[in-house]
Design a binder for this molecule. Structure first.
Ligand SMILES: Nc1c(NC[C@H](O)[C@H](O)[C@H](O)CO)[nH]c(=O)[nH]c1=O
Ligand SMILES: CC(=O)[C@@H](O)COP(=O)(O)O
Length: 158
């Protein structure tokens, strides 16, 4: 279902467990930072609004989305981290570089989930242009950062 049919910020708070003692790492790509900062704000506020302690939210930056995998690996390896949220924005350019980055990040983050058996959330926008990205970073289609945070919370209640 396209984001135009299901707002990224619409979620049910039913079955949300107590996360006051859960520790979250948010790894944020610096590429397209107008978008990724909006994603971070959404994720952070959604964690707080659902009961997370602000002292239990750690932010780490990486240069680009390709580096999200290693950043997520380092954070997931920390014993006291319960979940990792990866936030990035990959926008199509003139070449196939977009395809390689998107595939590498999706595969890489999947691997970190399985290696550490911890929720490592793929909060990465992969868009044709900046407008699509802004629409999904607090615009008309909601905020993928909200979605990523709720996904982390729900996985902790698995
Ligand atoms: N073009 C985008 C990039 N490119 C940079 C890569 O993510 C990576 O940092 C570089 O290849 C060095 O390893 N990154 C994004 O996050 N978004 C883009 O649109
Ligand atoms: C996703 C990218 O790496 C892309 O923005 C780079 O642009 P280009 O494909 O024009 O080199």
């Amino acid at each position: 279902m396209a984001s135009s049919q299901k707002n990224l910020s619409d979620y049910s708070s039913k079955n949300i467990q107590d996360i006051s003692n859960k520790k979250f790492a948010i790894v944020v790509s610096e590429w397209n930072d107008e978008v990724t900062e909006a994603l971070y704000s959404g994720a952070y506020e959604t964690l707080i609004n659902n009961g997370a302690d602000r002292n239990n939210i750690i932010r780490k930056n990486v240069p680009g989305s390709f580096e999200l995998t290693l950043g997520a690996h380092w954070m997931a390896a920390e014993e006291d981290i319960d979940a990792v949220i990866c936030l990035g924005c990959v926008i199509q350019g003139e070449t196939r570089h977009f395809d390689f980055i998107c595939d590498a990040v999706a595969q890489g983050i999947t691997h970190v989930n399985l290696k550490f058996a911890k929720p490592v959330i793929f909060g990465v926008l992969t868009t044709d242009n900046q407008k699509q990205a802004l629409d999904r970073a607090g615009g008309k289609h909601g905020n993928k950062g909200d979605e990523a945070a709720i996904t982390a919370i729900k996985m902790l209640g698995f």
